[in-house]
Unconditional design. Structure first.
Length: 152
């Protein structure tokens, strides 16, 4: 499924789309692909923060803390034929900052057991001298994730 977004066709949204696509591609090791986790600077700001919500628990990680186990899992066979992809999105841009609300799916095998799940991510991006970069990611896995509009 092709992601949808608000009716914005600016060059900035196209550039943000490319960064988000590169973010999801970082973790793809299907068909012998070698994930690009050694070059996160093309996607992330230097001091990016990663936050995972799991029920009522929230875990905050540095970019290195987030990437280290994923590098290992994707290289040592813990995760095989793994990939994530965006299924729906909304992008909001205000000058040099942007928010991307993203629904995603993931599939693969972890320790020989099939993975087939979905979740939601909120990506905060900043326009830098090198282009758009992800400054923060907040994500939650789970089937109960649904779009909700904030009360105005």
């Amino acid at each position: 499924m092709v992601p949808t977004r608000d009716a914005m066709t600016s060059d900035e949204v196209v550039a943000i789309d490319a960064v988000v696509a590169a973010f999801y591609a970082l973790f793809d090791n299907r068909a012998g692909l070698s994930p690009e986790l050694d070059t996160p600077h093309a996607v992330f700001a230097r001091d990016a923060v990663i936050v995972r919500r799991d029920g009522d628990a929230v875990a905050t990680m540095s970019l290195d803390e987030f990437l280290a186990p994923r590098r290992r899992w994707l290289a040592d066979g813990t995760l095989l034929d793994f990939h994530e992809w965006e299924t729906q999105s909304r992008t909001f841009v205000a000058d040099g900052i942007a928010t991307r609300l993203s629904r995603y799916r993931k599939q693969g095998r972890r320790d020989g057991v099939a993975i087939d799940g979905e979740g939601a991510k909120s990506l905060q991006l900043a326009r830098t001298a090198d282009g758009w970069r992800i400054a923060a990611v907040l994500w939650q896995d789970g089937d109960a994730v649904a779009w909700r509009e904030a009360a105005r």
